[in-house]
Write a protein that binds this ligand. Structure first.
Ligand SMILES: [Ca+2]
Ligand SMILES: [Ca+2]
Ligand SMILES: [Fe+2]
Length: 447
C-alpha cells in the first residue's frame, strides 16, 4: 500500500533537486567470468510477481464481505493465477521465477493453493523457483473472509514454507543459507538461480514487517556464492522480493520499505561480485533500472504484480548465456464476472477506485486540498500511478500542461503534487517492458 503522508511530501519538496544518480556510463567491460570460460546455456523463463493468492475457500460468496482491495485484485487472485497458468501450460517455459508475495497474507490454505498450480506447471517440464515476500510467512494478518467477520486462519512458519515449496526451489538447492530462506540452484547446466530472502518475518509481532534486510551472515553467504559462480563461469540470475536499486527518484526516501536496507552499498557489492541481473517485485510496478559501478553493472528488473493493473508477467529468453531477450504479457481474460468490462478495463477501474479511496481523504484532510482541487488532481494521479505501474511511462501533453498549471498557480502542496506527478512519469533507463540485455557487457537494445 503506497500512502503519501505529509512528511513524505515535505521531504519530497526538500529533496526534489537531488535527482537519482544511478551512474550512467558506457557499457562496462566487467561482468562475471572475464577470464574464465563462461557457460553458454540457453533457456526460456517466465516471471510472475506478487500474485497474492487468496484461496477461494477463504472468500465469502457475498462480494460485500470480500477484503478491501488495496490495489490488489484479491477476490480475483485465484482466477488470475489460473489464467496465467493456462497460458504457461499451453506454451511452457523452462524456468518460472516467483519473487515473493505468493499469498495475500501468508494463509496456509492460500500457499497450498499456489503450490497446486505450481505442481501442474512442473508436470509439463517447467522448473519453478520461489522466494518468500513480506506477506508470506508468520503473518499475523492471515484471515479467512468466508465468515461473517474476518477470523484468523493459520499462517505458515519458515519451515512450513520450505515444506510446501520444497519442489519449487528448496529441494533442488545445491546450497542453502542457514540464517534465511536463501538458496542457490542450477536447474540447467550453467545457470544458477540465486534466490535471496531479505524478509523479516522472524520479527513479526502483531504487525507484519514490510521492509527487508540481509543479515551479515546472509550477505557473506551471498557473496561467497557469487564468487563461486564467477570462478565456475556460471550465469547467475538473482531473485529477491525487495528492490535492490532505486527505481525512481525519491523511492528510497518516500517508500523506504520497498528497497532492501543498505541497498546502495549492497547493490554495488553484488555488482562487483559479478551479479548482473536481479529479478524483484514488491512495489507492483514494471520497471528496469541499471546500476553502473567502477567494477561492474547490475540490472534490477522489477516485475509488476499479476493482481494489480496492468496485471503483467514477463517472458524472457536467454541465448548462449549472454543475450537476454525480455518481453511482457498481460492477463487478458479471467474466469470471474467483470460485468460488461474487458478484464483490462475492469482492472484499471479497480486501481483508479483504490487510488481515490486511498488518497482522496489524505489530500482533503492532511493536505487541506479543496474538494474541487482534488477533483482536478485525482484523474491525473490515477493515470500517473497506472503509467508507472505499466512501465515505459511517458508524459503526455495534457499532463504536462496540468503539471505546469499546478506549479505556476497554486500553493505549497499543489507544487508538491506537481513534483510527485512528474516523478511518477520519469522512467530511468533502460526501458521497462521489451528489450534485449547483453549480460556480458550490460549493453541494451530496445525492440
Ligand atoms: Ca526503466
Ligand atoms: Ca519505469
Ligand atoms: Fe506485494
Amino acid at each position: 500500500m503506497y500512502r503519501i503522508n505529509k512528511n513524505i511530501f515535505i521531504a519530497l519538496f526538500l529533496t526534489f533537486s537531488f535527482s537519482m544518480h544511478v551512474k550512467c556510463k558506457s557499457p562496462s567491460s566487467h561482468g562475471p567470468a572475464d577470464n574464465i570460460d563462461r557457460a553458454t546455456p540457453s533457456a526460456t523463463f517466465a516471471i510472475i510477481s506478487d500474485p497474492h493468492m487468496l484461496a477461494p475457500q477463504l472468500l465469502s460468496a457475498d462480494p460485500a464481505a470480500h477484503p478491501v482491495s488495496d490495489r490488489k485484485l484479491l477476490a480475483e487472485s485465484h482466477a488470475i493465477f489460473s489464467a496465467i497458468t493456462e497460458k504457461l501450460l499451453a506454451d511452457p517455459v523452462d524456468i518460472l521465477l516467483i519473487p515473493g508475495d505468493l499469498t495475500k497474507d501468508g494463509e496456509r490454505i492460500s500457499h497450498e493453493c499456489v503450490a497446486e498450480f505450481l505442481f501442474k506447471l512442473e508436470s509439463v517440464g517447467t522448473k519453478v523457483f520461489v522466494i518468500p515476500g513480506n506477506h508470506d510467512i508468520n503473518n499475523p494478518h492471515s484471515f479467512t473472509y468466508a465468515t461473517n467477520t474476518p477470523t484468523r486462519t493459520p499462517t505458515v512458519s519458515a519451515s512450513e514454507f520450505v515444506r510446501i515449496y520444497s519442489n519449487f526451489g528448496y529441494a533442488e538447492a545445491i546450497e542453502s543459507d542457514t540464517t534465511s530462506l536463501s538458496y542457490i540452484a542450477e536447474p540447467i547446466d550453467g545457470i544458477y538461480i540465486l534466490a535471496l530472502d531479505a524478509c523479516r518475518y522472524n520479527e513479526n509481532t502483531t504487525k507484519s514487517i514490510v521492509g527487508g534486510k540481509f543479515s551479515q551472515e546472509t550477505l557473506i553467504w551471498i557473496e561467497d556464492r557469487l564468487e563461486e559462480a564467477r570462478n565456475a563461469g556460471k550465469v547467475v540470475i538473482g531473485m529477491m522480493h525487495h528492490g535492490l536499486i532505486e527505481h525512481f527518484t525519491g523511492q528510497s526516501m518516500f517508500f523506504t520499505d520497498y528497497l532492501v536496507k543498505d541497498w546502495r552499498d549492497i547493490g554495488a557489492r553484488f555488482a562487483e561480485k559479478g551479479m548482473t541481473l536481479v529479478c524483484t517485485g514488491h512495489f507492483h510496478a514494471q520497471d528496469i533500472i541499471k546500476l553502473d559501478t567502477d567494477d561492474g553493472f547490475l540490472f534490477d528488473m522489477e516485475t509488476g504484480s499479476s493482481i494489480t493493473y496492468p496485471c503483467p508477467y514477463r517472458l524472457m529468453t536467454l541465448t548462449d548465456g549472454i543475450t537476454l531477450n525480455i518481453d511482457v504479457r498481460y492477463v487478458e481474460e479471467i474466469d470471474y464476472d467483470t460485468g460488461p468490462l474487458s478484464f483490462a478495463d475492469y482492472a484499471r477501474k479497480e486501481l483508479y477506485n483504490a487510488i481515490s479511496t486511498d488518497l482522496g481523504p489524505t489530500l482533503l484532510g492532511t493536505f487541506s486540498f479543496a474538494p474541487d482541487a482534488i477533483e482536478a488532481i485525482m484523474p491525473h494521479l490515477q493515470v500517473a500511478v497506472a503509467a508507472h505501474f505499466t512501465g515505459d511511462e511517458k508524459m503526455t501533453e495534457e499532463i504536462r500542461t496540468f503539471i505546469d498549471s499546478l506549479k505556476v498557480n497554486s500553493g505549497f502542496y499543489q507544487k508538491l503534487m506537481a513534483q510527485y506527478l512528474e516523478q511518477l512519469y520519469t522512467d530511468n533507463p533502460p526501458p521497462d517492458n521489451r528489450l534485449i540485455i547483453n549480460l556480458l557487457t550490460g549493453a541494451v537494445e530496445q525492440f
